[in-house]
Design a protein around this ligand. Structure first.
Ligand SMILES: CC(C)(COP(=O)(O)OP(=O)(O)OC[C@H]1O[C@@H](n2cnc3c(N)ncnc32)[C@H](O)[C@@H]1OP(=O)(O)O)[C@@H](O)C(=O)NCCC(=O)NCCS
Length: 158
């Protein structure tokens, strides 16, 4: 049974550890900006006290950016539930748009988001070259061995 909670002081350390393991640092780069996970709001999913998924987001004005989304137990609805929680928060905060960046190699995320109402709004060609200046840990190749080159921006109107 999954238990969804907000990220708070009790679980930040573990969240940072998980993000660090998956993404190589305690920050995420999108559109040339560093987002430190410890500065962001978000939600975790617990099963027997263990984190099985997490999402972080940033609200600026009427826009909400999903900065990170990770499911550590896939195909059970965790990812979908996490984005729904953020959509609800964004709606309450008066956001008109929810958006995110993923990279060209992440075909699973592209499928996942597009099936849930997000549309590709922009492709930032070769943006990862700039991202690597802020985060040299970004590997050359990503999912399926695909070279990581471009940022793909997806959005959903609320
Ligand atoms: C993308 C990602 C977050 C999806 O998380 P997830 O927990 O697997 O997501 P869900 O379980 O909600 O949905 C995945 C699939 O499982 C299916 N599913 C959900 N519950 C299910 C169940 N009980 N039985 C069978 N299938 C199920 C969903 O229908 C969905 O399939 P679809 O995309 O064809 O519609 C996850 O793959 C991940 O962490 N990837 C690596 C990190 C990443 O890429 N993050 C996003 C970058 S911004």
């Amino acid at each position: 049974m999954f238990n969804f909670q907000e990220i708070d002081k009790k679980n930040t350390k573990k969240v940072l550890e998980l993000v660090q393991n998956r993404w190589g640092s305690d920050f995420i780069v999108s559109k040339g900006k560093k987002h430190f996970i410890s500065d962001l709001d978000g939600f975790i999913v617990l099963e027997n006290e263990e984190i099985k998924g997490l999402i972080t987001y940033s609200i600026e004005g009427t826009e909400c950016e999903i900065v990170s989304l990770d499911s550590f137990k896939e195909n059970l609805g965790i990812g979908e539930e996490l984005i729904k929680l953020v959509e609800t928060e964004a709606g309450k905060a008066g956001c008109k748009r929810i958006w995110l960046i993923t990279t060209n190699d992440n075909t699973r995320a592209l499928r996942f988001y597009q099936k849930r109402g997000f549309v590709i709004e922009n492709i930032h060609l070769n943006a990862i070259k700039e991202s690597r200046k802020l985060k040299p840990q970004i590997p050359e190749r990503g999912f399926g061995g695909i070279p990581i080159l471009h940022e793909i921006e997806l959005e959903k109107e609320l």
